[in-house]
Ligand binder design. Structure first.
Ligand code: ASP
Length: 584
């Protein structure tokens, strides 16, 4: 037996027992005649003690030769510590070592294996196996493992089957960019790695499997941001003979189960908000509803008073930053610079301060009387001590900019506590999204999403506004301003699917070439069906109040999409290229 106990198990009640532990050497303290080694494994830390008073010189010499991260096996007696600590569960005892084996030596690690390590990002990615030894990272990986197990438990209990779908599939131009894999056996042709198992799970419904799930890797060749990885994991699900309501209930249930079992939090029933309301109130389809600070439309009050900027704007929108009337000139200048950064793109920022003494002061006093401004304040529900922040311009852009400003103010005011969880369903998404550059419609969710029944006749319209007004049975699960999941009721009728492809600019031939298998399957008895996919990495991160999904992926890529440890992607040799038909 390599070990009788883990490094987190032993307590004061175990004193007197002879035990064997195995693990890595952490902190080593050498006080001359006394030497301590923290022995660490994935479960915790136990202190080993060597004392010249009773340790043989041979054993003491071995103990002295040990460096950080050596792999050790130690046998000895559990004794009560003289200086106890409550910092670790084993803090009342130590092991009086009688036998010590070095199972493997280790070079001095390039950074310390501690929660607050001295290693920079790149170094930690290169030596990911050492980074993964750090408790903080290990806890994330363990959390993720348990999250997967709990997801499976819930779904299995509801009768879902876990079915695998292929990774080598066909490239389609819709959606994000595909990663492609050359086929050696069919020179000049390529597989694509799936962006999601979407069409396969729908085919599984046609096949009669009824309730499917898979915790599955997806691949998207997109430009990377902090919360994006080229490969990421979904809890992907599909159900037959369901309405939207059934899906929302089932997956609200899953989310509540996960919060209950993983965090001991019982979430209340999830509110629902239409896409239109979310955009109007928060300028976002994934609003952070941990705080209010709703948008206020100032068009009617702010226009026609000679202030050219507002008069010529499509939208004049304000938020009420509660309790911010004391903001200094400098703070407001900083906010103004903040909204003018290219990432936000506002031209300027107007403020209206409502002082605690009732007086009103703004950056547009020249154009508006105190009464005018008072009317704005009233309209926005501002109280003395508050400050309005106003942005203007094209409606969509202004909404986006004010959304960012609202989140920034929420952060500045401490209203975005990562330990407070406010989920909601955003429902009734538009079916289509107009792309100005491509001059065509794209599916807002994906091309298999069903329009709302009542909107189907609108599909025949040539009027862009009518098409834009179509709504879909599509929904997102949003948590603290993050999209955690999204899905839709699908089209299950061949004709309707063909009409949808047509709206999206596919010729019948293109539709057939790319999705003929699905259209074909729809001719053989496709049941009504719908589903959803959760971003698994993101869910893990948000549940821990963390922004970056990278912390919850054992082997993530860096910002350039590189795996620093194995050094991928990398060139391949000429012979391999030739074999793949990529070079003659
Ligand atoms: N396949 C979709 C996605 O990846 C989710 C769904 O509609 O079920 O976003």
């Amino acid at each position: 037996m390599y070990r009788t106990h883990s490094c987190s198990e032993l307590r004061i009640a175990d004193t007197g027992k002879t035990v064997t532990l195995a693990g890595w050497a952490g902190t080593i303290r050498d006080k001359g005649g006394l030497l301590w080694i923290d022995l660490r494994d994935r479960y915790g830390i136990t202190q080993l003690v060597f004392d010249e008073a009773y340790t043989t010189p041979e054993l003491f010499a071995i103990a002295r030769s040990i460096g950080r991260e050596f792999v050790l096996q130690a046998t000895g007696e559990v004794i009560e510590r003289t200086s106890k600590t409550t910092k670790i569960p084993t803090g009342e005892i130590e092991i009086k070592v009688s036998d010590l084996k070095i199972l493997n030596a280790a070079k001095t690690p390039p950074f310390t294996i501690q929660d607050d390590t001295d290693g920079g990002d790149e170094l930690r990615m290169k030596y990911r196996y050492l980074d993964l030894r750090r408790n903080a990272v290990q806890q994330n990986v363990i959390f993720r493992s348990n999250l997967g197990i709990e997801s499976r438990k819930y779904l299995a209990d509801k009768g879902f089957l876990e079915i695998e779908t292929p990774f080598l599939i066909k490239s389609t131009p819709e959606g994000a960019r595909d990663f492609v894999v050359p086929s050696r056996m069919n020179p000049g042709t390529f597989y694509a790695l799936p962006q999601s198992p979407q069409t396969f799970k729908q085919i599984l419904m046609v096949a009669g499997f009824d309730k499917y799930f898979q915790i599955v890797r997806c691949f998207r060749d997109e430009d990377l941001r902090a919360d994006r990885q080229p490969e990421f994991t979904q809890i992907d699900c599909e159900m037959s003979f369901v309405h939207q309501e059934d899906i929302l209930n089932t997956f609200e249930g899953l989310t509540r189960h996960l919060f209950h079992t993983m965090l001991g939090i019982d979430l209340p029933e999830f509110p629902r908000m239409t896409y239109d309301e979310a955009m109007r109130r928060f300028g976002s389809d994934k609003p952070d509803v941990r705080f209010e600070m709703d948008f206020n439309d100032l068009n009617a009050l702010a226009k026609g008073k000679g202030f050219q900027v507002f008069d010529s704007a499509e939208a004049v929108l304000a938020i009420n930053a509660t309790g911010c009337a004391h903001y200094s000139r400098k703070q407001i200048d900083e906010l103004t610079e903040w909204v003018k950064r290219p990432q936000i793109g506002a031209k300027g920022l107007v403020y209206v301060k409502y002082d605690t003494d009732g007086s009103v002061k703004s950056s547009v006093d020249k154009f508006y009387s105190p009464d005018d401004l008072k009317a704005w304040l009233d309209h926005c529900g501002a109280k003395p001590g508050d400050m309005l922040l106003v942005l203007s311009g094209e409606e969509e852009k202004t909404q986006k900019q004010l959304c960012e400003l609202r989140l920034e103010m929420g952060s500045q005011l401490g209203l975005r506590d990562p330990k407070v969880f406010k989920p909601l369903w955003v429902v009734d998404f538009p079916l289509l999204e107009w792309d100005e550059d491509a001059q065509r419609f794209f599916a807002m969710h994906h091309p298999f999403t069903s329009p709302k029944m009542g909107d189907i006749p609108k599909m025949e319209s040539n009027d862009q506004a009518v098409l834009k007004s179509m709504r879909a049975d599509a929904y997102d699960l949003v948590l603290n301003g993050v999209e955690i999941g999204g899905g839709s009721i699908r089209i299950h009728d061949r004709d309707l699917q063909s009409r949808n492809f047509k709206l999206l600019g596919f010729t019948p031939e293109e539709a057939e070439a790319q999705f003929g298998f699905l259209l074909g399957a729809f001719e053989y008895g496709a049941p009504p069906h719908g589903g959803i996919a959760f971003g698994f990495d993101r869910l893990a991160a948000v549940m821990n109040g963390v922004n970056s999904i990278r912390d919850f992926i054992a082997f993530p890529n860096n910002n350039q999409g590189r795996d620093m440890m194995i050094d991928a992607p990398s060139p391949i040799d000429a012979a391999q290229l030739k074999e793949l038909g990529l070079k003659l």
